[in-house]
Every structure is written in C-alpha cells, then in structure tokens.
Design a protein around this ligand. Structure first.
Ligand code: PMP
Length: 285
C-alpha cells in the first residue's frame, strides 16, 4: 500500500483520521474507486471529479482540483509496473473544526489517496444474485448523490444477507420496489439482443463504468434502454451482467434460481472496454 497524505506520497498504510475529526464520529467521509491495470487508468479523471462532487454533497470543501488529483495519482502510480493492478482510492473527510456539532467545519477537510495492489478478476469470473429486503434510500433520507462511506453499512447488510443464502451479491430495489443496482455495482440485462439497465433515478450510483460500457456498446449499434425494470423483467432476461470500476464487467449466472447463459453481450462489452482503454481517448481519460 502507498498513501498520499499531507502533500506527499508515503510507503505503507498511513493513519490519517483523528478521533475528534468530524468524519470519525459523524461519518462525513467520501471516497472514489478507480483502477490501474495493463498500465492504464481508464476514466481516472471522472473518478477524481466525482470524489470532489461527493465531498460537496456532504458539505465538505474539496481541496484538490480534479487536474491536480489526476497528476498526484499518476505520480503515485509510477511506483508500479504495468503487470501490477492497483485499486486507487481518493478520499475526503471532515476534520475537527473545533466546533462540536452536526455541521462539518468550513474549509476543514482532510484528503488522502490510498493505492493498493488488487488483481483484476479473471475473465472467467462470474457471480450470482438474490433479492434482499434492504433497499436503496431516497435523497430525502440519505446522501445518495454522493459516494459516501455512510451509505455502505446498508450495502454491507445486503451482501451479508445474500451470502447467508449462498449467493454472491444482492439485486437491490429502490424505494418503489424497482431494480436499482447490486450492492457494489450497476446491473444490466439483455433480452432478444437488446440491452436494458435501470434508469438513473437519483437513488443509486449511476456508475462511471456503466456510462462507459453504454457508450462503447452504442457505438457498435447495440440498442440500450434506460428504463424502469422489475424483478420479473430480470427473471425473463437472457443474459445479466454487473459493471463497476473494480472488475469492469462480471457476468451473472443465476438470479434466485433463474439461470443465465454467459452471453455474447458481456463478452463483447469487455473487449470493447479494453480496446477503448488502450485507445488515445482511453489513455488520456
Ligand atoms: N453502485 C455501487 C453501490 C458501487 O459501490 C459501485 C462501485 N463504485 C457502483 C455502483 C459502480 O460504480 P462505478 O462504475 O462508478 O465504479
């Protein structure tokens, strides 16, 4: 692990948060996850931009510009070789501003980046899904417009419930009972050669990898519908896959007893993703 903290890179995991920091006891933490693999860090700029927007959603002042953050990450990655894969986590939290209280202090923001070697899952990796009684909250009850640490205990209990039933992850509903995402990634289904994904309705993280796959597939002429999708729609699908920064794309083999074929769309989307990542556009993204 390498850690960026107090304006420089350090070897190892460095303690960053203090007990009296707003983030420690009132949960004002945001983070993002990006990847370095095959010598590339696709969509790094978008992930740096998003962590700044997440900070603002929690009333924290982002202190590092997107461009500076990209540069800092690239400098930190220079310690790794192209055959290593790294998980890149920039994060902000509320500092101890001296004023005990609910509001985070103005201009009292901590910033760190963690780099950790994490291999990409093999192309043969798959997962399974089940339902969960836990749902995505709405904007009126949680900061769902941020990638905030405080949202993830809810996702942890979704995963715990799925794992206790023998499944890999949960297919999660929004407040209305429609499909939103999985507990750690976005979800797509294929029916009769056309692709469907839940429409971004502000209750779940409409991911950067989701957008990238949609752009790539559309450029090949694949029809993609962003719409309201029910659990029955997923039971009637031919193919289902998950997308997220960590492993880019993961085919789903089963949803609660409904079995899926490992399909051509997920395979093609993976190829398109890495073709794009190697292109000039991907290298500078
Ligand atoms: N939903 C959740 C809950 C996630 O944690 C993630 C991973 N960041 C995603 C979706 C996928 O988002 P992205 O493609 O931006 O990583």
């Amino acid at each position: 692990i390498r850690t960026y903290f107090n304006d420089s890179w350090h070897d190892g995991d460095v303690p960053v948060m203090k007990a009296a920091d707003h983030g420690s006891w009132l949960g004002s933490t945001v983070f993002d996850g990006a990847r370095y693999a095959h010598g590339l860090s696709p969509d790094l700029r978008a992930h740096c931009e998003r962590v700044n927007r997440s900070a603002e959603a929690l009333m924290l002042t982002p202190t590092v510009s997107t461009e500076d953050m990209v540069e800092i990450v690239r400098e930190g990655l220079s310690a790794y070789s192209p055959d290593q894969a790294v998980y890149i986590r920039p994060m902000y939290w509320g500092l101890d501003s001296g004023a005990l209280g609910i509001l985070p202090g103005q201009n009292a923001t901590g910033f760190a980046i963690s780099l950790e070697e994490v291999p990409l899952a093999p192309d043969t990796a798959t997962t399974t899904l089940t339902t969960t009684r836990f749902r995505r909250p709405v904007l009126e009850s949680a900061v769902v417009n941020a990638k905030a640490g405080c949202l993830y205990p809810n996702n942890a209990r979704m995963v715990a419930e799925a794992v206790s039933k023998g499944y890999g992850n949960a297919l999660v509903a929004d407040a209305l009972g429609n499909v939103a995402e999985s507990a750690s990634s976005n979800v797509f289904m294929v029916r009769d050669g056309e692709v469907f994904t839940p429409i971004a309705n502000g209750t779940f993280l409409a991911g950067i990898t989701r957008a990238r796959h949609m752009k790539n597939l559309r450029s090949e002429g694949v029809k993609i519908h962003e719409c309201t999708l029910t659990f029955d729609d997923f039971r009637a699908a031919d193919e289902v896959f998950l997308t997220g920064n960590m492993h880019k794309i993961t085919p789903v083999t089963e949803f609660d007893g409904t079995m899926y074929q490992l399909g051509p769309v997920a395979r093609r989307a993976r190829e398109l993703y890495w073709d794009w990542a190697h292109s000039d556009d991907g290298r500078t993204s």
